[in-house]
Design a protein around this ligand. Structure first.
Ligand code: PLP
Length: 392
């Protein structure tokens, strides 16, 4: 039997961008030690207090079907965090709970784009984006951003792409993989484009707690934007809860109500004991989020400091998120070839830039996700390897 065109063509390039990561995982499973600097997974587990809340909720019997839109108390807590963080009044009626930000990205596109419609996204991008848009029936239209602009997208290029009739624009700030935190000017320009062309803005803000320079601005808070913006959020990165699969969409009440119907037809909600854990996580407040984020800032500074002392590798210093994009063209290798060689010779796994689009070719993405001492050792070896390759 033939599978549908939609699922067969989710990733037409063949490799979905995760090939090297899968290979490094297979090596670890065979007992080969690999320094894992690939995916955005914390080196710590979920905090014991959150796990206790999860276990207590399950033990108390919260194991049946949970409210599909999300528990009212959790939606209130998410709304309170969004209000405090963005400055725009938000209530539970603006919130749909989803199984992680990823499910939120999919639902947000289903909610805003009809089959075959163009949906804009920016390159470099989080590796799941093209497949997510295609899975939702959209036709991804990719607009490049450039290292020379600090990976801030060009408003002119967005306007040109929008001109041909797109329904939505997906942005991500703080950005994975580049670490760009979009400036007020960029976001104002983005707002002008989506307003002028009557488009939806889908704003992926899952890294909103990881800002090293500047300020995270939620574009939903800009004048006139609340009615055309869906914000995707998650506890994965902010609370080290990647495996719990707990995220949300924030947007206009009528669209959120329609997304609840979509959840009924797809996920049927998120486990009640996970929602209780999320509620407890949010009750720990901004101080807890700062504690979870702190190691990434430390390791970012450490790696940038080392890069200052050599000539082969270069990086645009990330203003946020848990990665550093390193330009490896000085080695004479492509990002893919360098990542392959690094895995083979040094047993260090990084993501090839090409996993994140054409604009990231020639780069690797280094995740700041090993404990400090191991990160220090692995990045020394990475840099020495690059210097050796460049000298051949
Ligand atoms: N958006 C971005 C930019 C990401 O990097 C990730 C995960 O790495 C996600 C969304 C999805 O996160 P989750 O589904 O764990 O909430």
């Amino acid at each position: 039997m033939q599978a549908s065109d939609r699922i067969t063509h989710l990733n037409p390039g063949g490799d979905d961008g995760w090939g090297l990561y899968q290979r490094s995982k297979a090596m670890v499973a065979q007992g080969i030690p690999v320094a894992e600097l690939t995916i955005g997974e914390h080196d710590i587990g979920t905090d014991a207090r959150i796990l206790d809340a999860m276990a207590a909720a399950a033990a108390a019997g919260n194991t049946g079907y949970a409210p599909v839109p999300g528990m009212d108390r959790l939606r209130d807590a998410i709304a309170a965090r969004v209000t405090a963080q963005s400055g725009i009044a938000t209530t539970r009626d603006n919130v749909a709970v989803t199984p992680g930000g990823q499910a939120g990205l999919f639902a947000a596109h289903i909610a805003t784009v009809d089959p075959g419609d163009a949906a804009l996204m920016i390159d470099p991008y989080y590796a799941t984006y093209p497949g997510t848009l295609r899975a939702a029936g959209a036709r991804p239209v990719i607009v490049p951003s450039f290292a020379d602009d600090g990976f801030q997208p060009s408003v002119k290029a967005l306007d040109t792409a929008a001109r041909s009739g797109a329904r939505s624009l997906l942005i991500n700030t703080p950005n994975n993989p580049t670490g760009a935190v979009y400036s007020h000017a960029t976001l104002e320009g983005v707002a002008n484009v989506v307003t002028a062309w009557n488009m939806w803005l889908i704003s992926d803000e899952v890294y909103d707690s990881q800002v090293w320079h500047g300020t995270h601005i939620s574009p939903r808070a800009l004048p006139g934007m609340a009615e055309r913006t869906l914000v995707v959020g998650s506890l994965s990165k902010s609370h080290a809860m990647t495996g719990s699969r707990l995220g949300w969409i924030v947007g206009p009440e009528d669209t959120i109500a329609a997304i609840h119907n979509l959840s009924t037809a797809t996920t049927y909600g998120v486990a009640g004991f996970i929602q209780e854990a999320g509620l407890h996580a949010l009750s720990l407040g901004p101080q807890f989020e700062a504690e979870i984020a702190a190691p990434f800032r430390r390791r970012r500074d450490l790696l940038l400091g080392k890069l200052d002392h050599q000539q082969v590798l270069r990086a645009v210093p990330p203003d946020g998120a848990m990665y550093v994009m390193v330009d490896v063209r000085g080695t004479g290798l492509t990002g893919e070839a360098f990542a392959e060689a690094l895995l083979e010779h040094e047993r260090i796994a990084v993501m090839p830039g090409a996993s994140f689009g054409k604009a990231a070719i020639g780069h690797i993405r280094v995740a700041l996700t090993l404990p400090d001492a191991a990160f220090d050792e692995a990045t020394d070896r990475l840099i020495n390897f690059a210097i050796k390759v460049a000298s051949i």
